[in-house]
Design a protein around this ligand. Structure first.
Ligand SMILES: [Zn+2]
Ligand SMILES: [Zn+2]
Length: 155
């Protein structure tokens, strides 16, 4: 989706759900990391996290746009438009906006953690991957009770 298509979508949602035009600009902003979007009080523009548009479900992107449009229309109407105000909560509910953008980290499957420590059993050869160091004086192989040794350590 391009910025132009995003702009058109925001304008369409604004008219349909808020019955008011969106007269500013909407952009994708790849620097947004943990939020789905941002409304700028100074410029009245809206930034949208491009990851929201990558998602298979259109309702997430629309929900994020509605959320930012709640800030936009309340602010232009003279309200603070902050999350904890009655006006914001009511408007958000009325238009079906998302209260929280889905955590961006939760959108794409999280990369598996790379094990920092790899241990091997000196007897049967079974390997163990761990985030933390284990005390090899104390712990033995779970399969054969053999002694463990450190094979590699990253970081
Ligand atoms: Zn917000
Ligand atoms: Zn073993």
């Amino acid at each position: 989706m391009t910025d132009q298509q995003l702009q058109q979508l925001v304008e369409k949602i604004s008219l349909r759900f808020f019955a008011k035009p969106f007269l500013h600009r909407a952009y994708f902003n790849g620097r947004l990391r943990t939020t789905g979007g941002r409304y700028h009080l100074e410029t009245h523009n809206i930034d949208i996290n491009p990851k929201m548009a990558d998602m298979s479900s259109k309702t997430v992107l629309e929900g994020v746009i509605k959320h930012e449009l709640c800030h936009y229309h309340l602010h232009l109407a003279g309200y603070s438009g902050k999350h904890n105000t009655k006006e914001f909560k009511q408007l958000l509910k009325a238009v079906g906006g998302l209260r929280y953008a889905p955590r961006v980290a939760g959108i794409s499957p999280q990369a598996p953690k790379v094990a920092k420590y790899v241990y091997g059993c000196t007897h049967c050869g079974l390997t163990y991957r761990r985030q933390r160091r284990i005390n090899i004086q104390k712990y033995v192989c779970g399969r054969c009770r053999g002694k463990l040794k450190l094979i590699s350590a990253n970081g």
